[in-house]
Ligand binder design. Structure first.
Ligand SMILES: NC(=O)c1ccc[n+]([C@@H]2O[C@H](COP(=O)([O-])OP(=O)(O)OC[C@H]3O[C@@H](n4cnc5c(N)ncnc54)[C@H](OP(=O)(O)O)[C@@H]3O)[C@@H](O)[C@H]2O)c1
Length: 266
């Protein structure tokens, strides 16, 4: 990390807890690689302190921006001056930039990071039929990003079907050209199959979908980062799918966040 001086731009990660966050290491490393004079520090702020913390950040001229994590991704929205369409559609914000005039502008890069990570591996979502398991925060971001990037059809499958139906209705309203349905657990007939649940982190986790529906040539895409090869990806490999690992989403998202924060190579 670069040496902190009086000119160093200050960034933070705002959450409760923040001890588990990987952004401090990753973004500090990226800023150092870029030769950018900035430092990102953990800001452990409980829900009841959020408004005061955001008001304080607005007043700090050397403050460049903040990564937003649980439990603040929704609660921070009314405290901002502007929210980019990605965040407004999903109803969540995971990054805030402070402009020089003190305006706070938010955005949301979970879904955009996923699509960018796929593209960097040579896979475009445009015109493709896509199956998403999950309807939580990450799945919501991905679902809206798939519409934004021209996917032909989206099937959502979730343990809580009402949650999947509510998400499907919102995504369909935002992107009428994409055919959005709530499906069964089988991904048969799709081009890209995404695990966007939290299942797969623990060895005894259930599978997120019916793996007998995985077919040769499908792209099996994961968002879980640890372990690298989840049970879902192992099943995809055994059935001749092309694998796409969860790490790609985070790596691409970091690049998008740095661009949004206007942090570039010197
Ligand atoms: N690679 C990256 O850059 C990246 C970025 C963001 C998140 N992630 C990862 O994505 C995962 C999901 O995060 P999130 O923020 O979307 O979480 P979330 O909002 O809590 O959603 C969790 C999803 O998993 C489902 N689920 C959880 N436990 C289940 C179970 N036992 N059986 C069936 N379904 C279950 C939930 O279904 P219900 O609706 O039925 O509860 C829901 O669809 C996490 O592991 C997170 O670390 C990765």
């Amino acid at each position: 990390m670069s040496r902190v001086t009086g000119r160093t731009a200050v960034l933070g990660i705002l959450g409760d807890p923040v001890v588990q966050a990987r952004s401090p290491q990753l973004l500090n490393d990226r800023m150092a690689e870029l030769g950018f004079d900035g430092v990102l520090v953990p800001l452990h702020v409980p829900a009841e302190g959020l408004a005061a913390a955001v008001a304080g950040l607005r007043a700090i001229r050397s403050f460049r921006g903040v990564v937003v994590t649980m439990p603040h991704k929704q609660a921070i929205i009314p405290l901002l001056d502007e929210l980019a369409s990605e965040g407004a559609q999903v109803g969540a914000c995971n990054i805030v930039r402070r402009d020089p005039d003190g305006r706070l502008v938010g955005s949301m890069f979970d879904g955009e990071g996923f699509v960018a990570g796929l593209r960097q591996s040579g896979h475009d979502v445009r015109g493709r039929r896509i199956f998403v398991a999950g309807a939580g925060g990450a799945a919501s971001g991905i679902a809206f990003a798939l519409g934004r990037h021209g996917a032909a059809a989206l099937t959502l499958h979730n343990r809580g079907e009402a949650r999947a139906a509510a998400l499907a209705a919102r995504v369909q309203a935002a992107w009428p050209a994409m055919a959005v349905t709530v499906g069964t657990a089988t991904p048969a007939g799709h081009d890209i199959v995404i695990n966007a649940t939290s299942l797969g982190m623990k060895p005894d986790d259930a599978l997120p979908l019916d793996i007998t529906g995985l077919q040769p040539g499908m792209i099996a895409a994961e968002i879980i980062m640890q372990p690298e090869t989840t049970a879902f990806l192992a099943a995809g490999q055994a059935r001749g799918c092309i694998l796409h690992y969860g790490q790609a989403m985070l790596a691409a998202q970091l690049d998008l966040m740095l661009a949004f924060l206007e942090i570039k190579r010197k």
